[in-house]
Structures are given as C-alpha cells and as structure tokens.
Design a protein around this ligand. Structure first.
Ligand code: EPU
Length: 427
C-alpha cells in the first residue's frame, strides 16, 4: 500500500492546470454505448475511476484506442451482452450508469449493485423510478439489478429528491426512447449539462439541462462524435482551498469560473482573495481567515464534494464556524482524523461546529474517502510538521497527478510504500 508523506508549512505558489471533470467523464464514457460509431473523447482525467469504467467497457467488447494521455477513441459496436458483473462494477459507484446506457441501447441491462465512497445508505430508488416511467421493470437478485422493457416510451415524471445519478441515468435511457420524456426536479450540476451537450453532439434532442426541467425528445439513432469534457470544478475547488490553507498565491488554469461561483463566494467570505479571468482564477490570502457558515446543497449550492476541504480550512480560521451537510447522510467520518491533528470540531448528525484553532499539528492520519482524502492533504500541507496519510488509493480515484501538481506548486509531498498492519496480522 502507499501513503503520502507531507512536510507542510510551505505556502503554495505558481500555476496548476485542472483536468477534465471526473463526474462528467464517468457518465460520458458509458454514454458512448448509445452511439453507432466511434466517439473521440478529449480532456479525460487520468484517474482510477476512469480506468475502471474503461476496463468495464473493454471487457464488454468495446474497442478503446488511446490517442493521447487524455483522449480516447471508443467504439462500442462490438458490445453484444448488456451485463456488468460484480467483479467489474464493485469498485465504483458510477458503474450504475451502465444501467441507463445499456437499457437505452438494448432495452435491457444487468448491472451489479454499485460500490464507491461510503457516506451511509446510497439508495437507487429514484433511478428505478425513472426507468419505470419509461416502461421498464426491474428485479434485484443476488446483488444484480436487472432492468428491461419491450420498448422504452417517453413520459413525464418528478424526482422525489434532487439526484445527480438518477437524472443522468434516466437521460441515458430516455435519449432513444419513443416520444418525449420530461424530467422534473432534475439535478443541475455542470456535468449534467456536459452529458446533455455530449449526447446532443451525437444527434440527441435534449433541452433544459442545467435547469430543473429537462425535456428529451427521443431520436432513432445516435452517431459518433468528438467531444471535450469540461474542467473538474471540485479539483479546482480543492486547489483553491489548498492555496488558502497554506496562505499561498496560485493561478488555477483551465477552469470555468461560473462553475465555481458558490465556492468563490464562500471563500471570499472566509477572507480569501480571488481574481477571476476567462478560464483561470488567482487565489491568494493576505489577511486573516474568518469564520463562516456553510450548507452543502445540490448545484448551484455549495457542493458536498467540497465539504471536507472547506471544513479543514475553517479549522484554520478565527472564530466558530458551522458546516451543515445537506446532501449525504453521513459525511463527517473524517473529522476524527482532523481531531488527531488538534482540530476542535463537534459533530451532531449533519452539523459540524468548528472552533478555529489557527494551525493544525501534524499526525499520522487516514484518507477515509476521496474528498476526505483531499482534505487530509490540505491539512498536512497547512501544518508545519511531517504528516503521513494512509489509504491514499481513495484520493487517486479522483485526482489526476495530485502529487506532481502540488509539487509543481512548491509543496513537499511524496508517496511511500508501506505494509498495512491488517496485512501483517493476517500473515
Ligand atoms: N438518493 C436517493 N435515491 C436515489 C439516488 C440518490 O435517496 O435513487 C439520495 C442520496 O442518498 C443522497 C442524495 O440523494 O442523499 C443525492 O445523491 P445523488 O444521486 O445526487 O448522488 P450520486 O449521483 O450518487 C454524485 C457524485 C458524488 C456527489 C453527489 C452529489 C458521481 C459519480 N458522484 O453522486 O460525487 O457527492 O453526486 O453531488 O457523479 C465525489 O465525486 O466525491 C462524489 C461522491
């Protein structure tokens, strides 16, 4: 196993280039199943979650050609069997997008129940509700979800909650259904708009993505396309917080500032200076970091995937801050790790009360999940001693070359192999 060793206390400086958006890539790549012809996808982030999706497609029979480090040509014509077994799907949550994409192409799909980050119960009832409105039935047996329909027919329905995954899955299933589908109370995240743009570039007829009503007129066929994925708003936000936590001054390139609005607003409230340009932003700190309150919400609210990072930053601010998790049931598990670094955080259910302590002390800590792992890196970078972070494979699921990018900003971070105690005790 590997861990990060960080000698913190260095203010980050210089430039960093943001990669393509993970959560757009893990939807767009399975969506190639719907195309009758090869798709060239550019700006694909080189991360573990993407490799898993590519591996699943390739094991199903798709031809994958690597064009450059971040672009692929994918031809799914040879996929004959709409099945994604447990061994393939178990490593990542987004494998459920194969349900919508395979259902859309074959009128049936059989996909193992998803894995991924553990924030408590992660139901898929709304995905199944959407499929049902399109005329599909489902069964769940031994962890496999089977959805099928004689013919998918568009219809109008309302999601009971705002869900990114179900909105995407139903878009995938509906794009070739007969007639018109209207999704009400749809999620509005930038990656939903990106998926709609991708599908439209293949000949789909989707309107309203980015609002809470998405209208999909079914088309008979979708053709191949060339498409470039949007920059990752959460990766950008993570570097913004890292710059602030180290009192650095960095230029973050290849971003869409509009996608960062809620993060920019909150960070300005905390006292961080941010200059916005066309496709880059400068982040620096000259004064004191201030307390604030943050509530995570679906887009355009403050993203839940930035919650651990902002909570870590607020440990360094002056005064008492409150962070409320408005999306996931249980996303404060990482707080114990911050407490090991001296943080003063009280958690009651979905609310964390943070007493700013100005500085975190280095300690051995763990990455509990992807974004919590990013927060631990930020904590390590901000503290003045040597921080060791175990279980970093979580971080590599979603951040391309994070060590190299941070080293490019002057951070002292390296990876080291270690033998896990559980492994030793099993010998
Ligand atoms: N939910 C239901 N029923 C459903 C679906 C969702 O009750 O059928 C609930 C969830 O339990 C949760 C809320 O609805 O409380 C929102 O879930 P959503 O479906 O929006 O989340 P997701 O699609 O599973 C995606 C991202 C997550 C991100 C959330 C929220 C991907 C692959 N994952 O998950 O990203 O936190 O949206 O924005 O797109 C991450 O990147 O670190 C990550 C976890």
């Amino acid at each position: 196993m590997e861990k990060y060793i960080i000698n913190g206390g260095v203010p980050l400086s210089g430039e960093v280039v943001i990669s393509g958006a993970k959560n757009a890539a893990v939807a767009i790549i399975p969506a190639t199943i719907l195309a009758e012809g090869p798709c060239i996808i550019e700006n694909i982030p080189n991360i573990k979650d993407v490799s898993i999706i590519i591996k699943i497609l390739s094991e199903m029979g798709a031809s994958i050609k690597v064009l450059t480090k971040n672009s692929l040509m994918i031809d799914t014509a040879m996929i004959k069997n709409p099945i994604v077994p447990y061994q393939m799907a178990r490593h990542m949550r987004a494998s459920y997008y194969f349900l919508g994409a395979l259902l859309g192409r074959f009128n049936k799909a059989s996909v193992s129940m998803p894995g991924g980050c553990d924030f408590g119960v992660r139901p898929i009832d709304q995905h199944l509700k959407g499929f049902k409105y399109l005329g599909a039935t489902h069964t769940i047996d031994k962890g496999m979800i089977d959805v099928r329909s004689n013919k998918l027919i568009g219809s109008q329905f309302y999601f009971d909650i705002v869900t990114v995954g179900a909105t995407i899955n139903v878009m995938l299933a509906a794009v070739k259904a007969e007639g018109t589908t209207v999704i009400e109370n749809a999620a509005k995240e930038p990656h939903i708009v990106d998926l709609a743009n991708f599908l439209n570039s293949m000949g789909a007829d989707i309107m309203g993505a980015g609002t809470d009503v998405i209208k999909i007129r079914g088309v008979k066929r979708l053709h191949g396309t060339t498409y470039s994925i949007i920059p990752d708003q959460i990766e950008a936000g993570t570097y913004m917080v890292a710059a602030a936590a180290t009192r650095g001054d960095i230029l973050i390139k290849n971003v869409i500032p509009k996608h960062l609005e809620s993060i920019i607003l909150k960070m300005r409230k905390i006292g961080v200076s941010i200059e916005e340009f066309d496709d880059s932003i400068r982040v620096f700190v000259s004064g004191e970091l201030l307390k604030t309150s943050v509530k995570t919400l679906p887009h355009p609210g403050f993203p839940t995937d930035m919650q651990p990072q902002i909570t870590t930053l607020l440990c360094l601010a002056k005064g008492t801050s409150i962070v409320t998790e408005g999306v996931w049931e249980n996303r404060f598990r990482y707080v114990d790790e911050l407490r090991r670094m001296g943080a003063d955080i009280f958690v009651d259910g979905k609310v964390a009360i943070i007493e700013g302590i100005g500085k975190l002390e280095s300690a051995p800590i763990r990455a509990m999940d992807l974004r919590a792992g990013a927060a631990m890196i930020i904590a390590g970078l901000s503290s003045s001693g040597c921080t060791e972070i175990e279980d970093i494979s979580h971080v590599e699921r979603g951040y391309e070359n994070i060590e190299e990018k941070l080293r490019g900003l002057g951070a002292d971070i390296k990876k080291q192999v270690y033998v896990d105690e559980k492994f030793l005790s099993a010998l």
